[in-house]
Structures are given as C-alpha cells and as structure tokens.
Design a binder for this molecule. Structure first.
Ligand SMILES: C[S@@+](CC[C@H](N)C(=O)[O-])C[C@H]1O[C@@H](n2cnc3c(N)ncnc32)[C@H](O)[C@@H]1O
Length: 426
C-alpha cells in the first residue's frame, strides 16, 4: 500500500453502512462482531466501490454489474505512485496532462486522478463502445467535461490516439492481463485475480491476444515512434512472469530510463513499469532495486578519503566538469557533477593536446542531454581505504556514462597506486 493512501487504515464497513444506506444490505457480521462483505457478490463490490469513491474523494460513479469493478485502494496506489514519479523527475508539476488507456465503464483513473490533483487533465481511450458511453456519463456526473476527454478507439491493435503537437505528462494503463479463460482460472487458483474482478470483469476487459505482455509490447513499440511526446509511459502489470521479458524488450530497444515498482494489497500483488525517453531518472520513488538498470558502480581504493577527494577534484578540473560538494565530513563526501560536453573521449583529449600546442581554443563534443552524476566517497572501516561510488542521475546515453566511468576509474586507480592487473579489489 502506498504510504500516503487513506486506506492504510482499513475502511470500517459498519461505519460506512451507517453513512451510506445503500451499502447496509451487504454488510454481514462474524460471530466475533467483525463486519465484512462477500467479495464474490458483484453488487456488494460495486456498492463498496461507489461508497468509498463518494466518501473519500467526492466522486460519484455508476457502472453496469457485468463490467470490471475497480478496487479503489489498488487504483489509488497507482495514482499516488505517479504523483511521486512526476514530483521526482519533472520541474513543472502544474497542468499535468495524463492519458489512460482503457478507462473502462467506471472511468476510475481519470476521475480519481482529477479528484486528487486539481490541475491534472486526462485523455481516456476505450475500445468497448458501451464502456466508453458509461465512462462519458461518469465524467458528466462529476462535471469534469473540461478536464477529462474520453474517446472511443475502434482499433484494439492501436494504443496512443494523441493530438499532434500536444505534449503529455504521462500515460497509464490497467491492461487486460490474460490471454485466455484458462489463464484466468489459473490466476484465480494462484490468487492473482482481485476478488472484486472475479465475477464482474467481462472478457474484453480481462483477456487480450497474447496477454498483458503483448499489450504492453504494443505500447513500447508505439512509444518508440512518438518518443518524448509523452514524458512517462507507464502500465500496471498483473503477472510477475511478464516483468523479465518486458525489461528485455526495453533493453533491446535501447530504452535505458525505466523503473519497476510493486504494491501489495491484501493477497494481491501488482507491479507498475514506467519508461521514458527523457534523461532524468527517478531516484526518490519506491522501486524494486533488482529491476533497476545499472546506474551505478562502486570500487574500493587503498587511500584515505582526503587523498581520494583531492585526486578526484584534480581529475574533474582537468576534464572541465563542474561540480559542487553536497555533503562533506570526515566519513563521507558527496560531489554533484554535471557537464554538457564530452571532454574525456580519446579523440577529444588528443584534439585538446594538439590545440594546447597550437595555443587555440579547445573544441569538445556537445552532449545532447546534460550528463549529471554523483560521486560518493566514504571511509571504509579501516579508514585507510575509501569506497568510491558513481551514480548516474541524468542523461539518455548509457554508453556515454559507461565510457566516462571507465575513464574516471582508470585515472583514479592510477592516482591511488593501483596498476592494471593489480589484485586489489579482486
Ligand atoms: C482491465 S480493464 C481496466 C479498466 C479500468 N481502467 C480499471 O482499471 O478498472 C482494461 C480495459 O482496456 C480496454 N482496452 C483493451 N484494449 C484497448 C485498446 N487498444 N485501447 C483502449 N482500450 C483498450 C478494455 O476494453 C478494458 O475496458
């Protein structure tokens, strides 16, 4: 559960039934006096969803019993995590324009997103005509026509129906997870399927050709065409086995800025994957470390921290890389570095040498996106050696980062007396 979720305190069904008479018929009591509802009862689920949305977000919805009933806490987790992602990586937090692929009849994500973020707007798409009509009615019911636009997508193999020349902050999606009814039955057995979806999710909402992997793959492939028109592409993942092939796909397509997170809601686990063609990487959002791309390297150097710091400064000055010292004490020093020129490639350094001899201005290669990184120096327990870590913070070119690190590592190791082939660190 997201730490900011109102549902960190479990809703009390007795109180909810007192406040909402429509919910009362569904509330039962255990012998110990604990109130509960039957999650296999579609009507009970729908009433719970409607009452929670009304009570906690002043959102008023209605949807047919044979369409997917959204579990509100689960949907809220996604919205709150998106807020974190945006806060962490974008400078302009106002006027966010989101996209929801497959709004469903409830139109839950646009409604919840607008209720919790007064400046957000949404474009919602849906392939099912009946769900599109219901979603539109839900938008009207909440007087949000000026902030939410719903469009019917007649082509299931198409994902993004965007306005040309318009920029979008994020896209989100709760895709159909399964490729067949057998897979759903298996999911029920493994407790992968949300209780509220058991009886209500109709086939088009739960099943898609090739399952969620193929659906998200379509999204990835289309995102390659439109690149930075959407800042963050995101999707919920319902099955753990989908994560690895998706990461492989992103890597194969050269997408280096991505992140995976998870949410545990009762017995159900859900994941969200996000990728971007923008250089700024998220560093302050909940993520599964094991699925992060390699953004950092660490080595141990056989010298005291003051010596390593002094040597690093000299190397950075030589490379004309700007840096500021963020934190500095005897135990740990953090240098924040940034450059927009590649001054370390062999060709650039050769050119620089030549130009020095000829006393002309040096020419360096400009990098498309600013290259930001952090160097973290910390004392080892013995104090006579130092842990030396680089963390890549921003930049779209992974090879550039790796090339820089290999250059810096060689120079700092040489200064610390580690010669090539030496056994220190092995
Ligand atoms: C699992 S439901 C999610 C509904 C709702 N967003 C929610 O979270 O409860 C998936 C939805 O995506 C829709 N859908 C499937 N393929 C689509 C596509 N290519 N474009 C837009 N919607 C699509 C389905 O009709 C269905 O309503």
């Amino acid at each position: 559960m997201h730490p900011r979720s109102v549902y960190n305190i479990e809703p009390d069904f007795t109180t909810l039934a007192k406040d909402y008479a429509s919910f009362k018929p569904f509330v039962k009591q255990t012998e110990q006096g604990r109130s509960y509802i039957d999650f296999k009862d579609a009507e009970a689920n729908r009433e719970l969803c409607k009452c929670l949305l009304k009570r906690d977000f002043k959102v008023d919805v209605d949807f047919p019993l044979d369409t997917l009933c959204p579990a509100v806490p689960n949907r809220l987790n996604y919205i709150l995590w998106l807020e974190d992602l945006i806060q962490d990586t974008l400078s302009n937090l106002k006027n966010c324009q989101g996209i929801d692929i497959g709004v469903g009849a409830s139109c839950i994500y646009p409604l919840l997103g607008c209720a919790t973020n007064p400046t957000w707007r949404f474009l919602g798409t849906e392939i099912n005509q009946r769900s599109t009509d219901f979603a539109n009615k839900n938008v009207q019911r909440n007087h949000l026509e000026d902030r939410i636009t719903i469009i019917h997508n007649p082509d299931p193999s198409k994902i993004f129906l965007l306005e040309q020349d318009k920029q979008y902050t994020f896209s989100m999606c709760n895709p159909p997870f399964y490729s067949s009814q057998e897979e759903i039955d298996q999911g029920l057995h493994n407790k992968e399927v949300e209780p509220s979806a058991i009886c209500t999710g109709s086939n088009n909402e739960m099943i898609t050709k090739g399952g969620e992997f193929e659906f998200i793959k379509l999204m990835v492939m289309e995102s390659l065409q439109i690149q930075r028109q959407v800042h963050w592409y995101t999707s919920m993942i319902g099955l753990k086995r989908t994560i690895r092939p998706l990461i492989r796909l992103l890597n194969d397509q050269g997408i280096v800025n991505y992140i995976v997170t998870d949410f545990i809601q009762g017995k159900t686990v859900r994941w969200i994957i996000a990728w971007s063609f923008h250089p700024k990487r998220p560093t302050n959002v909940h993520a599964i470390e094991a699925w992060r791309p390699v953004y950092q390297f660490e080595i141990k150097l056989p010298k005291e921290i003051s010596f390593v710091l002094d040597s690093t400064r000299k190397i950075l000055q030589d490379l004309e890389i700007d840096y500021s010292i963020e934190e500095d004490d005897a135990q740990e020093t953090i240098l924040s570095c940034n450059t927009s020129r590649n001054t370390w490639s062999r060709a650039t350094r050769r050119q620089k040498k030549r130009q020095k001899l000829q006393k002309t201005e040096s020419i360096t290669t400009t990098i498309e996106d600013p290259f930001l990184f952090r160097l973290e120096l910390s004392c080892s327990r013995s104090k006579s050696s130092t842990w030396y870590q680089i963390v890549w913070l921003s930049g779209a070119n992974k090879l550039l980062f790796e090339g820089f690190w290999s250059h810096l590592k060689k120079r700092i190791e040489e200064r610390c007396g580690i010669l090539r082939g030496s056994s220190f660190n092995k």
